[in-house]
Design a protein around this ligand. Structure first.
Ligand code: ZN
Length: 180
């Protein structure tokens, strides 16, 4: 059993809640009050933890570094923070394979369709199941569900349709302009 702790940090897309154990991250997501009506991005906002939390924790530190690279260095972050294997493990389920494939195969500045991702994760035709996996993604940004778009070129939903403006912002941040 993991002892799960949590922390909150600031970011350009608002505050992020991070939960983690000794083995790695359990989740990362925008705080629950952020939606299309309240979303107010600040491109220059730095990544800082709000106290109290253990800022010397290596998992939190690697997460901060990753977020800083993602938002401010304009590069694809190279070192993915450790993810707890109780949450994501290759081969464990189709859903976890989808997350894992997206993490490993769809880099900064690229997009993939729901159908293509289904195929890449080993189940051609499971585009709908991919949609479900995206809604349940525990690792916002790190498992880049914002890079998954519709086959007709439309951006599609984010967070079940509650945060579509966040998806638009993230794709623009990655200079992806070639989808509607
Ligand atoms: Zn854990």
């Amino acid at each position: 059993m993991c002892e799960v702790l949590s922390a909150i940090c600031t970011s350009p897309i608002g505050r992020l809640t991070i939960s983690y154990c000794l083995q790695g991250l359990h989740s990362i997501s925008q705080i629950s009050t952020i939606n299309d009506r309240s979303f107010l991005p600040h491109a220059n906002q730095s990544i800082e933890y709000e106290l109290p939390c253990d800022i010397d924790d290596p998992i939190l530190d690697s997460c901060r570094e990753w977020l800083d690279d993602y938002f401010h260095a304009g590069v694809h972050p190279i070192k993915t923070p450790k993810l707890c294997p109780t949450v994501i493990m290759k081969g464990n389920s189709f859903q976890e394979n989808v997350w894992y494939t997206l993490l490993k195969r769809v880099p900064f500045g690229h997009v993939i369709t729901y159908g293509e991702l289904a195929k890449l994760a080993g189940n051609t035709g499971a585009a709908r199941a991919v949609g479900t996996a995206m809604r349940r993604n525990p690792f916002q940004l790190i498992v880049p569900c914002h890079r998954v778009i519709c086959s007709n070129g439309k951006k599609g939903n984010y967070a079940g349709g509650e945060r579509n403006s966040v998806k638009v912002w993230l794709l623009k941040h990655e200079q992806i302009e070639n989808c509607k």
